[in-house]
Design a protein around this ligand. Structure first.
Ligand SMILES: Nc1ncnc2c1ncn2[C@@H]1O[C@H](COP(=O)(O)OP(=O)(O)O)[C@@H](O)[C@H]1O
Ligand SMILES: [Mg+2]
Length: 319
């Protein structure tokens, strides 16, 4: 069963430099219980996609068109009150930088118990007991002592764990993890990703895993969406993306992984920068950086389905 279906989503942010098309005609689907990855370089619109689902886009931005269906319910245009209830209960998000979503003046205990008291209508004692259980579940050592700590008294890895505990407190059906490990060192990264994996399996959660690192999704995701300049340029089952990457951008991302570089050689990078999304783009958004660009790339390529749910937007496969 499909849990989340995003169709033709366009999210814009008007700024004094022009209107940023952060998400451009995006399609994405998550089957219940599966892990779907959204991968792309910084600034390509991953977080804005997640925030569109959560109803948390910046106040100057808006969803311009498209549909976001969650368990059959249309989220675009849903009143704020209903969105808030969904966020508290059925959809949860782990943010890139925990300090932006943890309240610095509340203790860990207050942050976790407040939604339990508000949304799940537990009394204080029951909420505290559950908070302890959640902290234990996410691998916080001596959780009793941590309950009265403030966020700044914890390490980055512990804050990330607290945020996961908060996300799980509402027992969500969909968890959105937005670069949950970027700010952490490699060992802690692996621990946090392992923790999310385990929780997903034990709770049957559906997971949208957002990262700029294709390597991270290799063992974790069932399906990968590669995003560039607000658009999905390639989408396929993880094995197909890894064994048969089609889009030059996907191939560039894979080639720039340390594990794919030849020993002794310098790490490959994709030359150039992603385009400024405040300036309208005509044609393929990747053409300026693409080694294989031709004159036809001045026209935006349509999405081609090569079979087995493998979609690609590149003229290499159209002409
Ligand atoms: N509050 C904002 N105001 C204006 N532009 C923004 C804002 N937040 C993000 N953007 C722009 O939206 C685009 C997508 O950003 P984002 O979704 O954060 O990318 P990612 O998560 O992939 O790094 C970028 O061009 C970024 O500069
Ligand atoms: Mg982001």
């Amino acid at each position: 069963m499909t849990l989340l279906e995003i169709t033709n989503l366009t999210t814009i942010i008007p700024t004094s430099f022009g209107t940023v098309k952060a998400v451009n005609n995006l399609n994405l689907r998550i089957e219940q219980g599966s892990t779907v990855a959204l991968v792309g370089e910084s600034g390509c619109g991953k977080s804005m996609t997640a925030r569109s689902v959560m109803g948390l886009i910046p106040s100057n931005g808006r969803i311009d068109c498209g549909s976001i269906r969650f368990a059959g319910l249309e989220l675009v245009g849903l009143p704020e009150e209903d969105l808030r209830r969904l966020r508290g209960n059925r959809i949860a998000m782990i943010f890139q930088e925990p300090m932006t979503s943890l309240n610095p003046v509340l203790t860990i205990s207050d942050q976790i118990t407040e939604p339990l008291i508000l949304h799940r209508r537990l009394d204080r004692q029951a909420a505290l007991a559950l908070a302890l259980q959640l902290l234990h579940q996410v691998g916080i050592s001596s959780p009793e002592e941590r309950l009265n700590a403030y966020p700044h008294q914890l390490s980055g890895g512990q804050r990330q764990r607290v945020m996961i505990a908060m996300a799980l407190a509402c027992d969500p059906e969909l968890l959105i993890a937005d670069e949950p490990t970027t700010a952490l060192d490699v060992t802690i990264q692996a621990q946090i990703l392992g923790l999310i994996d385990g929780l997903q399996e034990s709770k049957g959660l559906s997971l949208l895993l957002i990262t700029h690192n294709l390597g991270i999704v290799a063992q974790r995701a069932d399906h990968v969406n590669v995003m560039y300049a607000g658009r999905i340029v390639e989408s396929a089952a993880t094995t197909d993306i890894l064994d048969n990457p089609l889009h030059p951008y996907t191939r560039g991302l894979l080639a720039s992984l340390p594990e794919n570089s030849e020993p002794g050689k310098r790490l490959q990078t994709i030359p150039g920068q992603p385009p400024n999304l405040a300036i309208p783009i005509t044609g393929c958004p990747f053409k300026e950086r693409c080694q294989e660009a031709r004159s036809c790339c001045d026209i935006m390529p349509e999405q081609l389905d090569i079979g087995r749910s493998h979609l690609v937007s590149c003229w290499n496969f159209l002409s």
